[in-house]
Design a protein. Structure first.
Length: 179
């Protein structure tokens, strides 16, 4: 490909090759972390930690409703919160009936986006509250980032969670020899 050079540092091929060799390890770790999250951190404690998280999110949502610039981001976060809470309650109530571990990675992605959206909104609200003591560009950056995340990232959550409603056991029903 590069004549006599092979994989030298003159080209980025060496780094790209090395990084792509590591991607399967990262993906496997994501699955393991997802199973741990759903099984041990969500189902095992019967959703107690989730209830605490949702209460904190609700506090941010109440503050967002009073902000002209962030009310829409709050509305979108509330929708995402509802979708995640609904699925989480179903997982806690009937882990076997929901295919909880089969769909753990999708649940982890949805929860991660919910938390990221909440943190962006919370930061933007804090920046707005301290507007007099912060550079205007800093405040505007926080507000616009929260608005972006609400518009472009939070709407992905229902898509990740829809298989848990439509066909939760589909993955578990596939015969191993088909792999």
């Amino acid at each position: 490909m590069h004549g006599g050079y092979g994989y030298t540092r003159d080209f980025h091929v060496e780094q790209l090759y090395r990084d792509n060799r590591l991607n399967p390890i990262h993906e496997g770790t994501t699955g393991i972390q997802a199973i741990d999250f759903v099984g041990r951190k969500l189902i095992r404690d019967k959703g107690e930690a989730l209830a605490s998280l949702l209460a904190r999110i609700d506090g941010t949502l109440a503050r967002a409703a009073a902000s002209a610039a962030l009310a829409e981001a709050g509305r979108v976060l509330k929708m995402a919160r509802g979708a995640v809470a609904e699925v989480a309650q179903a997982l806690v109530a009937d882990p076997a009936g929901t295919g909880a571990l089969d769909n753990a990675t999708a649940v982890l992605c949805a929860f991660g986006h919910l938390v990221a959206g909440w943190l962006w909104l919370d930061q933007a609200l804090a920046a707005e509250a301290a507007r007099d003591h912060l550079p205007a560009s800093f405040v505007e950056g926080k507000v616009e980032t929260a608005r972006y995340f609400a518009a472009y990232e939070l709407p992905k959550i229902p898509g990740w969670l829809s298989p848990l409603r439509a066909a939760p056991h589909l993955l578990g029903e596939v015969r191993a020899e088909l792999f």
